[in-house]
Write a protein that binds this ligand. Sequence first.
Ligand SMILES: [Cu+2]
Length: 147
Amino acid sequence: MTAEAIMTVAVLAGVAMLAGILLAAMRTRRARNRAYLSPDGYQEVCVTINGKYRPNTLEVRQGIPVRIRFLRQENNPCSERVVFSAFGIDRRLPAFRETLLEFVPSAAGTFLFTCQLGMYRGKLVVTPQRAKRGPTKSRSRGKADEG
Ligand SMILES: [Cu+2]
């Protein structure tokens, strides 16, 4: 190999490595906010409370039970309660403890969750359930099912 070829290979390898690192970082960032599915069928997400909600945007799917693990790392009275008014939830969160909040996000959309006086704010993004489709789609060919 010429020196030039070796150089090209090295640059390409470097670029590929950087791309890999970037992709991994993006995936991690996305996974942080989006709930993961627990073995018992809940969409789980953890929220740390210490001066604010972190993360403050939670992504869940409509219609699947949600379990939010609130870890309140402070005793500031401000954060003693968490309120999801759209879902009729108002829960006390003991200081320095983990509190599990479970509910079914019955409606899709973006909903605010706050402390009792609204100083701490977070967003619950509920993505709509996919529209149910008949089995015709996979069975039929071309435009046969449109007529
Ligand atoms: Cu508050």
